[in-house]
Design a protein around this ligand. Structure first.
Ligand code: BES
Ligand code: MN
Ligand code: ZN
Length: 502
């Protein structure tokens, strides 16, 4: 679907469907909605007066123009909810709900106003970005591997025209739309990578996808295989990958490689393409969901693509250590001890605590870049999901400036974060009899002890850790986030990197 920007008033748009909006409780629509109402001889006002449409968030009214004074075939009025509660998240959701309805109605051409950009409303660039993000992300669906598409799947509209009446807003709308297209492409890539079954998304295929993205966007691409990782003494990462027939890959993407004058930020994402738990095998019922255990890596790879597309003035490095975690004759066993790239050792208590092992060596490798900040992101612990549920990922950080940057980005992007403590006492829980640390600290505070384990392997840079276990797969269908992979992290990192560069 093509998204275009045009200077015109909505009443002049010759589209199958035009979209206007209404705040809850408004009885006499103004602005674009008022103009359409007038052209329809007060039909919208009548429906409101009859109590059949109130403008509640997500509520929709479809009207037929019946050869009246406007060229559009149908009008969709989308409810924006209470004006006092309206924000970018609400704007995204309204756009997503509206465009899904447009698709269900079979509209081929859609024209819309920018929700919330009216007088006293949202920043026009941000409002246009929210509109386009909501539109793209709401239409998202994973094609999958069915022999035939489901019967109720209608094709997307062919064109989607954003209308701005006020010429003063048009340039800002253009900026917002361009940003949103880059971000949405990133979120959609991350969703596709995560939704893809593990037999079609091995570490090697992850590397191929990252390389294709690099070619598309001008990123620098490199990948380290088993031999190279072994020669770098990544014994902890390699321990996880040992049993799988699939070769582990450490994917390295760089935006602005070699630009020494720019500050360096390294993003590291857990890329376990399938987590069976290994010898410490997981229960069977929900094991299939562990095809999503590379969601951190997907977020990092996709975010690098966005950084390139937006040409951010930073040197950004994306590291994605990828491996399968399987049981078998060569697999790591509980009680085994491994030495990582930093020379520090760890004891395996559970082979299912593999994510922190991958990260330990990838974070050691991150130091090579002399970073100003390093942020890792991982579907790391069930304990995070128990603590926060699907509302927010957990943030751990040993630097206040970095923490503030990430929390602000979470607020701005809608990819929520909630900060948790890195108490030194958590180290007591991961003391080992035979090595520097052990890889689990028991049931209590499992999210904090895992973060403390990872921190142990970070040296010489400010570091933050995002545990997104509860965020990778959505159980519920929401307007801008259909059920399944969410693409969590891409919008967070984009907002974070944009502000870090300033
Ligand atoms: N990938 C899982 C964590 C996970 C669980 C992500 C549910 C998404 C949904 C991770 O590798 C894991 O198995 N963690 C264990 C750690 C434990 C053995 C210390 C966990 O949380 O149970
Ligand atoms: Mn695991
Ligand atoms: Zn895992």
């Amino acid at each position: 679907m093509d998204i275009k920007l045009k200077q015109a008033s909505i009443t002049a748009a010759a589209a199958d469907l035009i979209v206007v909006n209404l705040f809850q409780g408004v009885t006499a629509p103004g602005g674009a909605t008022g103009a359409v109402d007038q052209a329809l001889r007060g039909t919208i006002s009548d429906v409101i007066a009859a109590g059949d449409f109130t403008g509640k968030s997500g509520e929709m009214l479809v009207l037929y123009t019946r050869g009246g004074t406007i060229p559009a075939g149908r009008v969709l009025v989308i409810g924006l909810g209470e004006a006092g509660k309206f924000d970018l998240r609400a704007a995204r959701n309204a756009a997503a709900t509206a465009v899904r309805k447009a698709r269900d109605l079979g509209a081929k051409t859609v024209a819309t106003i920018v929700h919330g950009a009216g007088i006293g409303g949202l920043d026009p660039a941000a409002a246009a970005a929210a509109l386009v993000e909501g539109t793209r992300l709401g239409l998202y669906r994973f094609e999958g591997y069915r022999s035939k598409p489901p019967k109720d799947w209608k094709p997307d509209p062919e064109t989607f025209t954003v209308l701005g009446k006020d010429p003063a807003h048009l340039a800002a709308f253009q900026v917002g739309i361009a940003r949103a297209e880059a971000v949405a492409a990133g979120v959609i890539l991350a969703r596709d990578l995560v939704n893809t079954p593990a037999n079609y998304m091995t570490p090697s295929i992850m590397a191929e996808r990252a390389e294709a993205l690099a070619q598309e966007t001008g990123l620098t691409f490199d990948v380290l295989g088993r031999a190279k990782c072994k020669s770098l003494c990544m014994g902890i990462f390699m321990a996880v990958a040992e049993e799988s027939e699939q070769e582990p890959k450490l994917i390295i993407l760089e935006h602005n490689a070699g630009r020494d004058e720019l500050p360096t930020v390294v993003l590291v994402g857990k890329g376990v393409t399938f987590d069976s738990g290994g010898i410490s095998l997981k229960p069977g019922d929900e094991m299939w969901k562990m095809k999503s255990d590379m969601a951190g890596a997907a977020a990092v790879i996709a975010s690098l693509g966005v950084a390139a597309r937006l040409n951010l003035p930073l040197h950004v490095v994306g590291l994605a250590p990828c491996a399968e975690n399987l049981p078998g004759g060569r697999a790591q066993k509980p009680g085994d001890v491994f030495t990582g790239m930093t020379g520090k050792t760890m004891e395996v208590i559970s082979t299912d605590a593999e994510g922190r092992m991958l990260l330990a060596d990838a974070l050691a490798y991150a130091a090579k870049f002399g970073p100003a900040a390093v942020v890792d992101i991982a579907t790391l612990t069930g304990a995070q999901a128990i603590a926060l549920g699907p509302q927010a990922a957990a943030l751990f950080c040993n630097d206040e400036v970095l923490a503030a940057g990430l929390l602000a980005a979470a607020d701005a992007s809608g990819d929520r974060l909630w900060r948790l403590p890195l108490y030194d006492e958590y180290l007591d829980a991961i003391k080992s009899q035979v090595a520097d640390v052990k890889n689990t600290g028991g049931r209590y505070g499992g999210v904090g002890t895992s973060a403390k384990f990872i921190e142990h392997f970070t040296e010489g840079y400010p570091w933050a850790h995002v545990d997104m276990a509860s965020m990778s797969l959505a159980e519920e269908d929401k307007p801008a986030q259909p059920k399944g992979s969410t693409g969590y992290g891409v919008r967070l990192f984009t907002a974070f990197l944009e502000a870090w560069g300033k």
